[in-house]
Design a protein around this ligand. Structure first.
Ligand SMILES: Cc1cc2nc3c(=O)[nH]c(=O)nc-3n(C[C@H](O)[C@H](O)[C@H](O)COP(=O)(O)OP(=O)(O)OC[C@H]3O[C@@H](n4cnc5c(N)ncnc54)[C@H](O)[C@@H]3O)c2cc1C
Length: 221
């Protein structure tokens, strides 16, 4: 969570660029989605997944302390955004940390108490990888028009009765509103995840202009 004096506000789904500068002048820059909703004012939350060999993510997760100053540029991105006034139904499909900008939309919708029906299909490897688990459960418990669904692709806890495979055509056919309902679909995650989900949605008859995608990175999940 960063206090950003002078922050002019953002739309759910936008990101910032984080630039780190070492004492010798070496710089590294990466993009991170804004996890907080516009309603949070000048407080901007990022959620960073630590990659073991990741230059920037490991620094942000391991080394940044309260009181540190970080260079942020943004908000960036006008396409992968959703506002309650855009309506729905709202279909969010996330892989791994790709859930972050989708969470900003979930939080925005909850903060605005918008009665837009919304579903989240969230694919992770194992239950411990689920980000925002308690918060998602809490929002869903308080709001019957929000339905999160998890799929655990690699390992499932004992007694798990939910989905346990990668997102495929059958899963999307079950989880996504029919194309005739023209859901607004947002897909975010590792590049191969996003491409595969978007291709299947088009095959299922969803109009490409209703499918907005954000690719996080080169590796699969
Ligand atoms: C628009 C946008 C929004 C993003 N939002 C977020 C976010 O909210 N939270 C978040 O954690 N990340 C997010 N990312 C990914 C982020 O920008 C970095 O790519 C990621 O943190 C890795 O950077 P690094 O410096 O730690 O790894 P690097 O040092 O760049 O790479 C280390 C290793 O990880 C691999 N790698 C690089 N990027 C990824 C990736 N995204 N996934 C898996 N493997 C990767 C590389 O191939 C390399 O092997 C976003 C990316 C984009 C484009």
């Amino acid at each position: 969570m960063f206090d950003v004096p002078g922050w002019g506000g953002h739309r759910a789904g936008q990101h910032v660029d984080v630039r780190l500068t070492a004492p010798d002048g070496y710089q590294a820059q990466r993009s991170y989605s804004i996890a907080s909703p516009p309603e949070d004012g000048m407080r901007v939350a990022l959620t960073v997944e630590r990659l073991d060999d990741g230059e920037v993510s490991s620094f942000l997760v391991d080394d940044v302390r309260t009181g540190d100053e970080i260079e942020l540029r943004g908000p960036i991105g006008g396409y992968f955004t959703w506002d309650v006034r855009d309506g729905g139904p709202l279909m969010l499909i996330g892989g791994g940390s790709g859930v972050v900008p989708l969470m900003a939309m979930v939080r925005h919708r909850a903060a605005a108490a918008a009665p837009v029906p919304a579903r989240l299909l969230y694919s992770v490897r194992a239950i411990d990888d689920v980000i925002y688990h308690a918060e998602l459960d809490r929002i869903a418990a308080a709001d019957p028009t929000f339905m999160p669904t998890l799929t655990l692709t690699r390992a499932q806890p004992p007694g798990w009765t939910g989905l346990h495979r990668r997102v495929d055509a059958d899963m999307l056919e079950q989880a996504v509103w029919p194309a005739a309902d023209a859901p607004r679909v947002f897909v975010c995650g590792p590049t191969p995840f996003v491409e595969s989900v978007a291709d299947i949605l088009v095959q299922l008859g969803h109009a490409p202009q209703h499918i907005k995608t954000e690719r996080f990175g080169p590796t699969g999940g």
